[in-house]
Ligand binder design. Structure first.
Ligand SMILES: Cc1cc2nc3c(=O)[nH]c(=O)nc-3n(C[C@H](O)[C@H](O)[C@H](O)COP(=O)(O)O)c2cc1C
Length: 206
């Protein structure tokens, strides 16, 4: 069969394009995390006042391909608000007003609650991240936990702190939520490495 010059050019471009498509597909297959292969829908919800928990949440996303959603307080916490060494700061006052160890009575309104609810409804696995505030989960988490139905879903708490462990924070949230299959959570220190997070996610074996 005789090809004209323009046909030859066309087929050359087509074969280069196909080679690129195949290369791209190959790269993507290799980067699909194990969990995504099972078609499990994963959502990673996190509240973070100063970025530490956010950094861990982003690493979880990288290792799960889950949907990352920041939990935003309608009345955002400024750096003055979260000065826990100041007796008159917002968090100190909220902390002092709390009536239970879970601080569940402190329930800041959540700006993006409907987006969170929609994502949770569709998910099979829900990671929930927060900084430790006075030994328990930062209270913006209280602001959405009871508004969601976690029935049939696996829920995994994770946190960051200066020195405290995750303590009872996960159990208290599970109690508060009342639904869901809550796994034992994990505490990460500031600057947790890619490998720390990857090893933990893989160890969950979901
Ligand atoms: C109001 C408040 C209370 C805190 N309480 C504790 C605590 O009880 N134990 C601890 O180890 N760290 C405590 N910290 C430190 C934070 O848990 C830590 O800096 C965390 O990694 C911050 O996460 P973020 O950057 O995602 O907000 C507290 C911080 C704040 C702002």
């Amino acid at each position: 069969m005789q090809f004209s010059l323009s046909e030859k050019k066309f087929y050359r471009i087509l074969s280069i394009a196909l080679a690129f498509v195949m290369l791209f597909a190959l790269i993507n297959v290799n980067s699909i995390p194990a969990q995504a292969k099972d078609n499990k829908k994963i959502v990673i919800l996190y509240f973070s006042a100063t970025g530490t928990t956010k950094a861990v949440a982003k690493k979880i996303k990288k290792n799960t391909n889950g949907k990352l959603i920041e939990v935003k307080a309608a009345d955002a916490y400024t750096s003055a608000d979260i000065d826990w060494t100041d007796d008159n700061s917002r968090v100190t006052k909220e902390h002092n007003s709390a009536s239970s160890p879970a601080k569940s009575s402190v329930r800041p309104k959540i700006k993006n609650l409907s987006a969170i609810k929609k994502a949770v409804e569709k998910a099979d696995v829900v990671y929930i991240g927060y900084p430790i505030w006075w030994g328990t989960a930062a209270w913006p988490v209280n602001g959405f936990i009871t508004a969601n139905n976690f029935t049939g879903k696996t829920v995994i708490p994770f946190c960051t702190s200066s020195s405290s462990g995750i303590g009872e924070s996960g159990e208290l949230l599970a109690k508060e939520a009342g639904t869901g299959n809550w796994l034992e959570g994990e505490r990460f220190q500031s600057g947790a490495s890619e490998d720390d997070v990857k090893d933990w996610v893989e160890g969950l074996d979901l």
